[in-house]
Design a protein. Structure first.
Length: 173
């Protein structure tokens, strides 16, 4: 099972509640609890969600994009990325933000009994690498891999992320 961002909490819960259905666990850009950075981000995210989608997109781009990836964009590419994100506020976003604000799976981590890989995104301004390290430290025998990327690892370091996942899955076979 692979969980990304908020999906890491979902994956932890699924793994501990249905251990017979999970043979391995991969958690990326995740957190077991909120730190003050996420707490503040969630408050801003919720406030801007309905009032100013463009400012919300600028904020999320700022906190979720790794420095190198962000600085590699031309001003036109940056504006296009912000406009595309502003246009994509999916149904369920208020519920998503509200759920992020409630995450706390710390008590469940020690009960995970399958091989686990935690991928920390080292340039993540939303879910800090410290929170990924906390996930790995809480799961018995978990492996931690750090990838230089912001929160959007799939766009910023897809190949490195995939290589870490494939290496982990290869050991499960």
């Amino acid at each position: 099972m692979l969980g990304y961002s908020l999906g890491t909490a979902v994956a932890v819960r699924a793994t501990t509640r249905h251990p017979d259905r999970v043979t391995g666990l991969i958690l990326t850009s995740g957190f077991a609890r909120l730190d003050n950075r996420i707490r503040l981000a969630v408050d801003v995210w919720a406030a801007l969600l309905h009032d100013d989608p463009k400012l919300l997109a600028k904020f999320l781009t700022l906190v979720a994009t790794g420095r190198d990836h962000l600085e590699a964009l031309t001003p036109g590419q940056l504006e296009t990325a912000v406009d595309q994100l502003a246009a994509f506020v999916p149904d369920g976003s208020p519920e998503h933000v509200a759920l992020v604000a409630k995450v706390d799976t710390r008590a469940e981590l020690a009960g995970i009994a399958v091989p686990a890989l935690v991928v920390a995104t080292t340039l993540d301004g939303l879910a800090s690498p410290a929170l990924s390290r906390e996930l790995a430290d809480g799961i018995p025998g978990a492996e931690l891999v750090e990838v230089e990327a912001g929160h959007n690892i799939g766009a910023e370091a897809r190949d490195e992320w995939l290589a870490a996942i494939e290496k982990f899955l290869g050991r499960l076979s």
